[in-house]
Structure formats: structure tokens, C-alpha cells
Design a binder for this molecule. Structure first.
Ligand SMILES: Cc1cc2nc3c(=O)[nH]c(=O)nc-3n(C[C@H](O)[C@H](O)[C@H](O)COP(=O)(O)OP(=O)(O)OC[C@H]3O[C@@H](n4cnc5c(N)ncnc54)[C@H](O)[C@@H]3O)c2cc1C
Length: 376
């Protein structure tokens, strides 16, 4: 539970609180006032995060990182999200993702530049609904692959230097290929923005030639590796969602306790109190399960099912909490640019990205009913 942390994690929480107050909040205010641009803020936040050591928490020790465990990462993510600055994404250094444990030449060409912030990656998994076939990688006589197909949803794909792409190697199964974004035959079909403000592209691969040594692992290992990488992000999303739910409750409390045009503070009305209590009950449950799951992971247990449960519950809780907050704050919360309006859009995307809620529910049921995995 967040209450019974060892001294080093209490210190980490205090460090993240100071960081949010001293670094993130002033920059959020400057950004909102139009005094600085987003790129300048990103550089400043990342530099400050490097100095405090929080940046290195997501990076492997073999690369000089701190490689923090799930509990420390949960503490940091929950704490930073509790300030709802929208800047916590710039605090953590890039992790290895699907390139974790890869061999040469992938280490030197992609993993090290990625961790150093010299190259950016995209993750191409989702296929368009009208795909003629799954994106295919056909082996050539000289050991390379010719990749053809389409991927419909690659976050920040337009800025990526290379794309980790899930492909089908005919007769051998799914595999992950690292494909340079500048490869001849690779083109951007469409650029789009989603309601949470994030940017994506759809890619087209027309016989893109990829050297054979750009495969991560072997054919047949692609899907478990890709799902493993998505699985790692689920507890991270859940921890962020509980921090944002806590921020929403703080915001709502301040509103309910302030003067109201009716002459009676909203906090005195029983119906309002019932709704407010539900926001707290759900957030308390979500936060408790996230910390319990982090402890399971910290103890070395396989917590894949619990990470999925946390992602479903914490993101759905955030959606409900923000929705209730908007109801209680009233019309001004729907004004474009209001923090609750922005959060409502961000919260909605979290229930689909990195595993749609119902798909995760099915995988949880399978984990228990078919594989006997998971705890209560
Ligand atoms: C903000 C954001 C960022 C994203 N970034 C990336 C990215 O970087 N790379 C990438 O590859 N993709 C990315 N995606 C795409 C995301 O992974 C997919 O949208 C998601 O996996 C759902 O797949 P789909 O859109 O193809 O919908 P579908 O698979 O068609 O599913 C649509 C809905 O149908 C239901 N459903 C689907 N299958 C089942 C089932 N078996 N049983 C019951 N119900 C089911 C679910 O409710 C689901 O939400 C991103 C999406 C978002 C919103």
C-alpha cells in the first residue's frame, strides 16, 4: 500500500513531489501562458529529470541506468501524475522496449542510440481493418526480407528513426523486425491526431528490403515479445491513472468547498456527497490494487494478469471519476482548455491504447480458466 513504503521509496516520493512543484508546475504555467513552446519545455524537463536521477529509473543498469523495480516506478508515476501537469511523459528516459536483451548489430545500431535519446522508435502492431493480408516479410535468397503491407496506428511514427514492426514470415510465424524509417518503399499513408492530443501515422510497406540481422529474436517469437512489451506498460498506465484520479478528487474537493451561486456550498448537499464518496471509493480501490500488483512484481511473481486487471480498473475508474467531476463542477468544466475537459479526452484514450478493456478482460478470464494463473 502507498502508506507502508520503505524509507528509500518515501524519499523517492518526496523527490518526485519537489520535482513536480519546482520543475513541472512552473513550466506547465509558462506553456499555458504561451511564454515557451513545447519543445523547449521538453528539453528543460528532461535535463532536470536527468539531474535528479528520475530519468534513469526506466533505463537498464547495463547502460548506466537505475533500472528501478515496479514498486519504485509506481511510486514515481503515481506521484508525478498527481500534479496533472501533462509533462510527466518527458521525465522518464526511453526504456529498451522490445529491444531489451537484443544482440549485435541491433544493440549498437538501435538500442544504444535509443537509450541515449539519439534515435526515436515507433511500434507498428495494429493492422488496418481493410488489410488484404497481415504485413508480410518474405525471405530473400541472400538472407534479407522483403516487407509488404500496412500498419494503421503508430504513435509518433512521423518522428521515428526506426519502426519495430510485427510481421508475418510465411510458414514460420510472427516476427519483430527493426525497420529504418528512411528505407526505400516505406511511406506514410496518413497522419492523424487523436482526441487525447497525441500524434500518429499509418505506414505503407512496398517491398521494403530489410537485412536479416534486423530481426529481434526468431520467427514465431514476435507476438509474445510484442505482447510482453505492451504488458510492461500496463502497470505504468494504471499508476498514472490513479495519480490523475487523485488530482481530480483534489480539484473537485476544492470546488465543492468553495462558495456556490445558490448560497449553499455544494459540499453540504447530500446527493453531491454521495457522488463524491463514489469517486473516492473507486480511487482508493484502484490505488490499492496498483500498489499490491507492484509489490507482487517486486517479489518476482508473474503479475501479468494483475497488471491487466489494474489497467482495466484504473483507467475505467479515471474515466468515471473525471466524468463525475465534470458533472459536479458544471458547465465551466466543459469549456475547451479547462483541465477537466482536457483530462476527459486523455482518460478516454487510455481505455483503448495498449490493450482495449474488453480484450484484457478476455485475456484475464483465459489466464484463470484455461491456464490457472492469477491471484485475488
Ligand atoms: C492513443 C492510442 C495510441 C496507440 N498507439 C499505437 C501504437 O503505437 N502502435 C500500434 O500498433 N497501435 C497503437 N494503437 C492502436 C491500439 O493498439 C488499437 O486501437 C487497439 O489495440 C484496438 O485495436 P483496433 O483499433 O484494431 O480495434 P479492434 O481490434 O477492431 O477492436 C475494437 C473493439 O472491439 C472489441 N473487441 C475486439 N476484439 C475483441 C474480442 N476478441 N472479444 C471481445 N471484444 C473485442 C473491443 O471493445 C475493442 O475495443 C493506439 C491506440 C490509441 C487509442
Amino acid at each position: 500500500m502507498p502508506e507502508s513504503l520503505p524509507p528509500d521509496l518515501v524519499a523517492l516520493r518526496e523527490c518526485c513531489e519537489r520535482f513536480a512543484r519546482d520543475v513541472l508546475m512552473p513550466r506547465q504555467a509558462a506553456l499555458a501562458a504561451g511564454q515557451v513552446d513545447e519543445a523547449t519545455v521538453r528539453v528543460a524537463v528532461t535535463q532536470a529529470a536527468r539531474e535528479t536521477g528520475v530519468f534513469a529509473m526506466t533505463q537498464p543498469k547495463s547502460f548506466g541506468g537505475r533500472e528501478a523495480g515496479p514498486l519504485a516506478l509506481t511510486v514515481a508515476r503515481d506521484t508525478l501524475a498527481g500534479y496533472n501537469t501533462g509533462l510527466d511523459a518527458y521525465v522518464f528516459g526511453p526504456g529498451p522496449g522490445v529491444l531489451a536483451g537484443c544482440d549485435e548489430p541491433l544493440r549498437s545500431l538501435y538500442l544504444h542510440p535509443l537509450l541515449a535519446g539519439e534515435k526515436r522508435s515507433g511500434f507498428a502492431f495494429t493492422e488496418p481493418d481493410d488489410a488484404e493480408h497481415f504485413t508480410r516479410a518474405v525471405p530473400t535468397a541472400d538472407g534479407a526480407f522483403l516487407v509488404s503491407g500496412r500498419k494503421s496506428y503508430v504513435t509518433r511514427g512521423g518522428d521515428a528513426d526506426f519502426i519495430n514492426t510485427l510481421v508475418d514470415v510465411p510458414g514460420q510465424g510472427r516476427a519483430l523486425l527493426v525497420i529504418d524509417a528512411c528505407s526505400p518503399g516505406l511511406s506514410i499513408e496518413r497522419r492523424f491526431e487523436t482526441l487525447d492530443g497525441s500524434h500518429h501515422v499509418a505506414f505503407r510497406f512496398d517491398a521494403v528490403r530489410v537485412p536479416g540481422d534486423r530481426m529481434i529474436g526468431r520467427p514465431g517469437e514476435g507476438l509474445p515479445r510484442a505482447l510482453g512489451q505492451i504488458g510492461d506498460t500496463r502497470l505504468a498506465i494504471a499508476a498514472r491513472a490513479v495519480g490523475l484520479s487523485r488530482w481530480t478528487i483534489d480539484f473537485t474537493r476544492a470546488h465543492l468547498q468553495s462558495p456556490h451561486h445558490s448560497g449553499t456550498s455544494l459540499s453540504a448537499r447530500e446527493g453531491v456527497r454521495l457522488r463524491y464518496a463514489d469517486m473516492r471509493i473507486r480511487t482508493f480501490a484502484a490505488r490499492s490494487m496498483v500498489y499490491r500488483t507492484a509489490r507482487l512484481g517486486e517479489a518476482g511473481a508473474n503479475a501479468i494478469n494483475e497488471g491487466s486487471a489494474c489497467k482495466v480498473y484504473a483507467t475505467e475508474t479515471l474515466g468515471e471519476v473525471v466524468d463525475s467531476a465534470i458533472q459536479l463542477v458544471g458547465g465551466k468544466a466543459l469549456t475547451v482548455g479547462h483541465p477537466l475537459e482536457r483530462l476527459y479526452r486523455q482518460a478516454r484514450a487510455l481505455r483503448t491504447a495498449e490493450g482495449a478493456s474488453d480484450v484484457l478482460r478476455l485475456s484475464l478470464a483465459r489466464g484463470d480458466l484455461d491456464l490457472g494463473k492469477g491471484v485475488l
